[in-house]
Design a protein around this ligand. Sequence first.
Ligand SMILES: [Zn+2]
Length: 484
Amino acid sequence: MPTSQRVSREIQIRAPPTPRRVRVVLSVRQSNDAFAPALRLQNPDPPPPPRLGRPLPTMAGRPRPQPQQLSPSASTRGRERWLVVLGVALHAVYMLSIFDIYFKSPIVHGMAPVPPRLSAPPAKRLVLLVADGLRADKFYEPDGRGRYRAPFLRGVIQEKGRWGVSHARPPTESRPGHVSIIAGFYEDPSAVTKGWKANPVEFDSVFNQSRHTISFGSPDIVPIFCSSLPHSTWGTYPHEYEDFATAESVYNLMESYFKDNQTAYVFTADHGMSDKGSHGDGHPSNTDTPLVVWGAGVRSPKFLTYTEKPDDGFRFVDDHKHDTPTPQDWALEGFERVDVNQADIAPLMSTLVGLPCPMNSVGSLPTHYLKLSKADEVEAVLANSKQILNQFLRKSVLNQIEDLISAKDYETALKHSEELRRMALAGLHYFQTYDWFMLMTTITLGYVGWMVNLILHVLQSYTSLPVNLQKKAQLHPKNTSMKV
Ligand SMILES: [Zn+2]
């Protein structure tokens, strides 16, 4: 349908599926993991100076003569002043070092996007629905009256899609959550200095790579991704209308309009919520969010007769386990559950519509969600790996060199470039020669064997000695047989 192709491919609508809404105020929280070492480092204050004025026993057991006055002497005051200066300097250095170590932007620039070489994109368009502050257990378990809160999405899990738990990383706030879903990396910690409100640096996102994005949602979130995106149509609604839509009505709208079964749907949440209605920290109630994916390019439900949990075992940012058992009251044990890190959703969305993964993404493509041919699956994973490798290369040496060039420190930049070339050549040399010993041994043994064979042949055919030996051996087998 030609009209449908002109209509945008990506839509982002925030649609909490539960009528219960808790409005959340963004706040910078000290419970962030990154702060913990800072707090620990501040603890070991220098011990208080020894108190003077108390009689100290001497060798002879006699008390020392009492000082004239109880107030600290001039030298003590001087020493304490030094201690204060030293303490302030020490804490300043420690604080700065924490900022230097932890509050560095994870974003690197200067990479090129890596488009996956798929035979065809699995889906023509993608709908992303993000519920605000919806934790996984509340979503999957029945309420007090035994009814499930999102019957439509449960039907999707049981009949047409894939599901799992998406693990967010603290700070479990709205903005970092959306950044990891849509851009595939965990919030730029340097944003803390701007109160998490503005984007400290521009970053790539699934929306960036798309042909067109239609986005509708909270005024806190939508402008982050769309305000500087020319190929986007976006709008925000006042906070009081945040629960205006549901996943079901969006699905029905899309399906009745396009009628081509070429739309993929991703439903998840930016973060969870504690029982008291707060969020921000790393407790499972805050970090565990639902993920339901269905539509074009997505695998159908897989029925399990036993508990099987696919997990690549590698943790990039946190050490959460994917093997937490599915609670019985979720009543989903028969359906394969595929857990992800929140940043994995970005490469999943990109691959669904055949786009390059966002360039700053650290997400690993969760292939268990995708219905791809083996060849396409390899291409998708390879593109995802190349895109991460590009960041690694940029971060290691290339960025330093670029920085030096912009600082006009050509001498050092030249030295680093030459060093990089030397390392690259050593790497090339390694790949060309790393199995030389094995190859040389095999070839040498092969040649020696061939020569022995030839010599034996010549001796057997053109001389009498070996023939005689053989005949002797045949005539007197007892002589040659080994006596043990
Ligand atoms: Zn939120």
